[in-house]
Unconditional design. Structure first.
Length: 248
């Protein structure tokens, strides 16, 4: 089984003070030895976070990247820049990017490729809307999003992805998928990964995201195909985030 990973996604939240507090807390924390931890912070905080987390076991991530390597793209940030300021991971295809910023499957694939070219680990986010789930199309939608990326990559590139299943209806809503609902989609994702061979099913970390909190994390993380969590709101409070880490 892959190592468990708990990754915090601060979204457009936080402050330099919070970066310092997390750096200290994660450096001092007695985290389970089998656990990987990561924090995805807003661009302006990456460099400070890289310093603040240097004495901890936590990896640093960004929340998106440009689909271009450099050039006249005002306001954009390249994968190489993220690497230079200490990031080793980057979220790609988060549902907020898909819905609010119009990133479709081909835009997601382009960003995954850029991340890999820059030496970053893409955390590919997948998830269905409530409408799609109610129409019993949840699994089909999520598998479609997965294949749209995997089919565009070489075998060696596929092995470098982390995948996060985040039902859109559970993100920031306080409504979590039940452990059984989450496990069913994770198992379907794992089965689909197996079709690509190459040890992909056994080797890929599959995270669950969507209102994961200190009081529901243990149950979710106990599911056989859930290898960790992508945590939004609860990753902004040190005690909550550490409690989720302890339950992994
Ligand atoms: C997220 O944005 O990736 C997320 C899972 O958010 P929340 O935990 O707040 O639902």
């Amino acid at each position: 089984m892959p190592m468990p990973l708990i990754a915090g996604n601060w979204k457009m939240n936080g402050s330099l003070n919070l970066v310092e507090s997390f750096g200290q807390a994660l450096t001092d924390a007695d985290l389970p030895s089998h656990l990987e931890v990561a924090l995805m912070v807003p661009f302006p905080y990456l460099e400070s976070a890289s310093r603040a987390l240097a004495g901890s076991r936590a990896a640093l991530g960004a929340q998106t990247l440009s689909d271009q390597p450099s050039g006249a793209f005002t306001g954009e940030v390249s994968g190489e820049m993220l690497r230079e300021v200490g990031a080793s991971l980057v979220l790609v295809g988060h549902s907020e990017r898909r819905t609010l910023f119009g990133e479709d499957d081909s835009a997601v694939l382009a960003r995954v490729r850029r991340a890999l070219e820059a030496g970053l680990t893409p955390v590919l986010c997948l998830g269905e809307t409530l409408e799609e789930r109610d129409a019993e199309r949840g699994e089909e939608v999520v598998i479609g999003q997965l294949e749209a990326v995997l089919d565009g990559l070489e075998a060696e590139q596929r092995r470098r992805l982390i995948i996060a299943y985040e039902p859109v209806w559970a993100i920031g809503t306080g409504r979590t998928a039940t452990p059984e609902q989450a496990q069913a989609i994770h198992a379907a994702l794992r089965r689909r990964l197996a079709r690509y061979g190459d040890g992909l099913a056994e080797g890929t970390q599959l995270l669950y995201g969507g209102s994961m909190k200190a009081d529901n994390a243990a149950e979710l993380l106990a599911q056989p195909d859930i290898d960790g969590g992508l945590v939004g709101g609860a990753s902004l409070k040190i005690d909550d985030f550490l409690a989720i880490c302890q339950s992994a």
